[in-house]
Write a protein that binds this ligand. Sequence first.
Ligand code: GLA
Ligand code: ZN
Length: 666
Amino acid sequence: MAGNWKGIHFGTDYYPEHWPRERWETDAKLMQEMGIQVVRMAEFSWHKMEPVEGEFDFDWLEEAIALLGKYGIKTILGTPSAAPPAWLVNKYPEILPIDRQGRVRGFGGRHHDCQSNPTYRKYVATMVTAMAKRFAENPDVIGWQTDNEFGNSHGDLCTCDSCRSTFQKWLKKKYETVESLNAAWGNHFWSQEYNDFSEVFAPRITVTGENPSAMLDWKCFCSDLIVDFQQKQIDIIREYCPNHFITHNCMGFADKVNYFDLNRELDFACHDQYPGGFYAIMPHENNYDMAANLDITRGFKKQNFWIMEQQSGITGWEIMGRAPRPGQLSAWAGQSVAHGADAVVFFRWRTCTAGTEQYWHGILPHSGNPGRRYQELKDFIGKMKPHMEQFEGAMPKSEVAIVFSYRQEYAMQIQPQHPDLNYVGQIKKYYKELYKNNIPVDFVEDTEDFSGYKLVIAPLQYLMTPELEQKYFDYVAGGGHLLLTMRTGVKDANNICMSDRELPGRLGELCGIEILDYDCLRDVDVQVRMNESEETLLGAKWADIITSKGAKSVADYASEFYAGTPCITKNVYGDGKAYYVGTEPKEELMKRLLALITEEVGVKSLGWSDEEVELSVREKEGKKWLFAINFGLEEGCYQVPKEYKLILGSEAGVLKPFEIHLYVNE
Ligand code: GLA
Ligand code: ZN
């Protein structure tokens, strides 16, 4: 791990090559005045850096770096592999990707590349090497971003011959013999057996149906391919620039690449945060979703992170979203900081006049004259930066963890079972309820150590291995509290249904239950009653029909042919407890359920707040910084423990729309 990024807290994504050189100094001055300390540049500038094959031109970039450096602004360089130039694509048309329909995707957007193609990889390596050599000793360059948003626009790519043979090699390494591949994929079904690895296809769209096991391996392969593509760049940069950091801008819960894997060899994780999304209509209603993005980003490396792109204006390509209201951009950026961002880089400096993103607004409008957004973010930086210097490296601490697994997600995407059942959606239902109660959450990989958490929530543990089963047993036996849900222990690691015992497999012993039957709730909700309550609440999408083998019922079904049988159970095992939830709790049921569990487990809330007010804490060496942020359009109230003293804001407990209060403990 390398590089020093301490002391840097605010930046912007800058494209000097879009503007006349005479303008650059004005930009640098304006940036400096607003408190910008770093820019990211060049991640789409391949042609500007290599206009003709083998003829590199980094002079313009070096000049921009030096000019910004004069104003105290450091540079992060993006490797330009997200935008291969036309000369390269024309010379080697085979680097264009082929989608699942067998269509060649053309030049003209970005990411028109095949990441397994050896020729493409060679050109990327040459470019990255040239850049790394040129900027290794540049005093104003501090680090690198690999490519740009890996997986973005690569949704159904690539099924070309190169990817096919790379997939075959990946399978051979994993299964060794074609017989074990056939067994793992269940290829006896519909005569899908292969006689040799060379017969395996990259999955183009079929006439009908797909093999779920083959699709799971394909998705994992695509993720590994991206990780490997990035690794080649990391190796080059580490060799030439040992003093620079390397990072990548991830996209929260985007699924194409396993971000735990992608971040392993990076110095810190980054996320691109757009609360306005792709042109959201009411961008103030998804604060919990935005918080989840930040919390998962912190989870990728279990450390503080950066925002490499933070929304700084209206989002839009062909159409546009709502204008962020006065204060809203600051509240969003403040939220990033509150959840563990040590630096926030705003996308983009100035709204561009050409190309796809003419309406994805930057800090400056098209005219380049500083306006409302510049002023607001300048004020925000001025207020926040001195505090960020103090709490740099301080981490949010959570008593609750939610398990996140890309494999589970892939398997559920392949067979959602209920048309509206969705792995990330399910996770966010639990997250949202905790968020509403100001209970901090960490997202963890299923291979991590759970022992530091009072409560582990593991929705849809659909694919199960003996190791993971054992991990859950050990966690609960050692005093942990585990929440498992419907569709747990259904399949083995190859996405084949398990048949050796009733659902949820061996975990039935941990939960004290057995599931002999279930109901997929198509177009109907099931009624549920919490024990000792007459009130009818609702579950959706799924109903496990549970037989207790020692577990206590927490709630019973109150409709359908299984009325009166358990819907939610709890079981004491060793020093801990395992809860099992047989349905998707709708809002009110979720509220009651998590209130009950968090109370039983002794999980603490940071304080009380109105619905639109978020409380979060960052902690370092016993010192705590508490943030209260109001995302609502009205005044919002909250209460925090007496140990906290207000250090930013005026009236403790009352926030104007989009206002941020900051406290420290005494
Ligand atoms: C992403 C990309 C940027 C830009 C923005 C806006 O986050 O990383 O290059 O395209 O979206 O569309
Ligand atoms: Zn390909």
